[in-house]
Structure formats: C-alpha cells, structure tokens
Ligand binder design. Structure first.
Ligand code: SAM
Ligand code: SF4
Ligand code: FES
Length: 328
C-alpha cells in the first residue's frame, strides 16, 4: 500500500470490520494458526531516560525501584522453559548497572536452556549489541515509538531520533531478528505520521512489530492527556499485517489494558504472538509503565493457564517451536 491508501483506511471507520477480517486472513495464510508465546522477564524498572509517556522515567520518584539478580533471572527463565515457553524476553529500563559483561553472562546462561532469547533493554552502542549477539542473543525489541521526528524529540528529552534509527539498523546489520513498533495516540500524533510508521517498518524490513495504544500515566508530564484509542491502535496493527504479511505481531498488553478482550481481538485481527509475564507477583505492579496493567496480581502459572484457555477458545493452538520469523 502507498501512504495515501493507508491514510484513507486509517481515517475511515466504516470499513473497520473488513480491515480486521483481511488482516486475519493474511495472518492465517502467511504465519498460520499457531500462536507463539514469549515468556517476559521485566528484570529492572530502573531507567536513566525521560520518555514523557513512561511511568519508569527517571524523574518519577514515586515508583519503588527494583533490580532482579542474575540468579533470580535465571530461575525465572528456567521456570518459563519448564512451563513450555520457547522464547525468553528480557526487558528493562535503561539501567547501566547491567553493563556489557553482566548482560553477556546472563545471555550465555539463558542460552544453555532450550529457548530463543530476545532482549529489550534500550539504546546501546554497536559494540554492545555485537557483544550481546556473540553471546547468543537472537532477537532485539526496540520500538521507534514514532517516526515523526518533531514529535519524537518532544517525547524524548535529551534523546536523538537519528540515534534511535541507527540502533535499529545496527541491530539489523548484526543479524538480529529485529522487533520495532510504535505508540498510537501520543499527543499531536497525526494519521499521516502513523502511515509513515507503517512504511518505516517495511523499510526497516522488521521481523516483528508491536503496536500499543498510549496510556496516560499520572506521574508523568502527559498525565492530563487522553489515552490512545484501542480501535485506532488495532487498525495500525491490522495494516501492519497487510503490509508485512509474514512477520510476527504481538497482541500487546496495552491493548488488553484498554479493552478487557483486547488480546483476543488483536489475535483475530492480524496478531500471532502473546508475551505473558513470567516473573512473580512482587515485581509486576512496580513495572508500571502505564496504569491498569493487566496480570499484576497473577503468578506465572495463572497467566500461562489463562492465556492458553483464551487462545484455545478461538480455535488457535500454541506453537511448540521457537517462533522465528519465517520469511516468505
Ligand atoms: N526501556 C526499553 C525501551 O524503551 O525500549 C524497554 C522497556 S519500555 C517500558 C517498553 C515499551 O513500553 C516502550 O517501547 C513504549 O512503547 C512502551 N510504553 C512506555 N510507556 C507507555 C505508556 N504510557 N503507554 C503505552 N506504552 C508505553
Ligand atoms: Fe525508560 Fe523505556 Fe520507559 Fe523510556 S520507555 S523511560 S527508555 S523504560
Ligand atoms: Fe495473566 Fe490472563 S494472561 S491473567
């Protein structure tokens, strides 16, 4: 699709059902009916950055900060593999405590387990990304958040849009499977910029794209802004499926935060991945990037059972393989 076609669909709500059905069909034809589960370990909520939308930004003094030790991370990873997860995702704020050596050691230990490994720990140098890759990391998630440079600069004090893009191209050139994505509903974000986001995902040749609605957090500068719209986020996701037919697309937690059935609706509108949390309840509420996050009172076993039931209820199955991007 060209930019104009994407803008037209995003601006017209009369054809939404058609769009979601098309995306579901393209998902079925290109990546099948299996859903890939990724076991998510949110191992530190300490962050040096100031992203205006995020509850973990460094100037939020009200959040109780935590770091999970290497041994505890490995314990969760082992538990996740025992529960049948074939991918572990390590996510955190940008926390310099976990330097290259510490991260590489964790990566090497996790790679002794039978699982693919995804990192989502922010912007690093080419050499750091290289060291993680050499240690065994398979994939990396780094959302561009928005391709509107002006908006990007407003949302990310002291950060550079060029550096963000460079990180993604560095990751690609190092042979990672690269995941990116955007927020939908940021203040002053236009439909045109959302269309540009989708075209950017294609230009990047992304392997995975996560789309999430923006959700306003009380302890951030965006506290008085409106939340993003669930249906608009779903449309951006469905259009991403139509334009990148064979990639992996998660049904995001933020979607379910805005709509009690959000992940299932997403799985029926183009998504084929879910990322349940595999850490214990004591950390979940503290990783409050936005309010109302789901699953904060559940334990890993409950989440696993819950999501499995939901996936089966719509006639889909849980994949038993690593869930790499099968390029067509
Ligand atoms: N620190 C790493 C990074 O920023 O890439 C990884 C963790 S960060 C919490 C993961 C994602 O959370 C971000 O890419 C952002 O899109 C999302 N996020 C942060 N604040 C949000 C909010 N208020 N509403 C919705 N999503 C949000
Ligand atoms: Fe830190 Fe990521 Fe939140 Fe930005 S989005 S403040 S980098 S945790
Ligand atoms: Fe956590 Fe449903 S996936 S309670």
């Amino acid at each position: 699709m060209n930019k104009q076609e994407i803008i037209e669909i995003l601006s017209d709500d009369t054809k939404n059902d058609w769009l979601f059905r098309q995306a579901d069909k393209v998902r079925h034809e290109n990546v099948g009916d299996e859903v890939h589960l990724r076991g998510l370990i949110e191992f530190s909520n300490i962050c040096k950055r100031q992203c205006k939308y995020c509850g973990l930004r460094s100037s939020n003094k009200e959040v109780e900060r935590y770091r999970i030790s290497k041994d505890e991370i490995l314990m969760y990873a082992q538990k996740a593999v025992n529960m049948g997860y074939r991918t572990i995702v390590l996510q955190s704020g940008e926390d310099d405590y976990y330097d290259t050596d510490k991260m590489c050691e964790i990566i090497r230990e996790i790679k002794k387990l039978d699982a693919a490994l995804t990192l989502s720990i922010g912007e690093k140098s080419y050499d750091e990304y290289k060291a993680f890759k050499v240690s065994g990391a398979d994939r990396y998630l780094l959302r561009i958040e928005t391709t509107d440079e002006k908006l990007y600069t407003q949302m990310h004090p002291n950060a550079s849009f060029e550096k963000r893009k460079q990180c993604l191209y560095d990751l690609k050139s190092l042979g990672y499977e690269v995941g990116s994505g955007c927020l939908v509903g940021l203040p002053n974000q236009t439909v045109e910029s959302l269309a540009n986001d989708i075209l950017f995902f294609k230009d990047l040749d992304a392997d995975m794209i996560g789309i999430g609605p923006f959700i306003a957090h009380e302890q951030t500068p965006l506290k008085d802004e409106n939340n993003g719209d669930f249906w608009l986020a779903l449309k951006v996701m469905a259009l991403t499926r139509l334009n990148l037919p064979d990639i992996n697309i998660p049904a995001t937690t933020a979607m379910e935060t805005l709509n009690p059935n959000g992940r299932i609706i997403a799985l029926q509108s183009g998504a084929n991945v879910v990322m349940p949390n595999v850490t214990s309840t004591e950390y979940r509420a503290k990783y409050e990037i936005y309010p109302g996050k789901i699953c904060i009172n559940e334990n890993p076993e409950q989440c696993r059972g819950c999501i499995e039931g939901k996936i089966r209820s719509i006639g889909r199955t849980i994949s038993k393989d690593y869930g790499f991007h099968n390029k067509k």
